[in-house]
Design a protein around this ligand. Structure first.
Ligand code: FES
Length: 169
């Protein structure tokens, strides 16, 4: 070692090197956190539901849970809705109660009953009772090359139902 290169200088360089690494890691993590997150295959990304062939004969009134999407696929007259399972009151998971009396005209039985404070939602996700302040949020459904996917990146809030929320097939 150069006799002019003292132990103090050596330790100083080590310290600055570590500080530089730390700055890079912190800055890199921050930059990555700003990068849009496009996950696929898991919640927060695009979840495959099935092919048009698989869903086209699903009877009106059918409600199917898509676990990966944390959502229900609700077959209404003009197509499909993807209803987020999270209650709009305080966020409890809302189960589908297939044998309870229906709150809509699509079938005689079936509705969503929130177990926390008893909000009730129909097949359109509309509030039919309890403290929930708005309908269940929905996710966009896309059809590409004959395959349906649910985009779970952004739950969409709504104040009611209209046909623009339905994905036709
Ligand atoms: Fe669903 Fe309160 S969290 S009714």
């Amino acid at each position: 070692m150069d006799k002019d290169f003292t132990r103090r200088q050596f330790m100083g360089r080590i310290w600055w090197g570590l500080a530089g690494l730390l700055a890079l890691e912190t800055g890199g993590g921050f930059a990555l956190s700003l990068w849009p997150q496009f996950k696929s295959g898991g919640f927060g990304g695009k979840i495959k539901i099935g092919t048009l062939e698989e869903v086209k004969d699903m009877p009106v009134g059918t409600v199917t849970y898509v676990r990966e999407a944390r959502a229900y696929l609700s077959r209404v007259e003009s197509g499909f809705l993807a209803l987020y399972r999270k209650c709009t009151h305080l966020g409890c998971v809302v189960p589908w109660a297939a044998d309870d009396p229906s709150e809509d005209d699509l079938a005689a039985k079936g509705r969503f009953n929130c177990p926390c404070h008893s909000s009730i939602f129909d097949r359109f996700g509309l509030v039919q009772g309890g403290p929930a302040p708005r309908p269940l949020d929905i996710f966009l459904i896309n059809i590409e090359d004959g395959v349906l996917t649910v985009d779970t990146s952004t739950p969409i809030q709504r104040s009611g139902f209209d046909e623009s929320q339905v994905t036709g097939i």
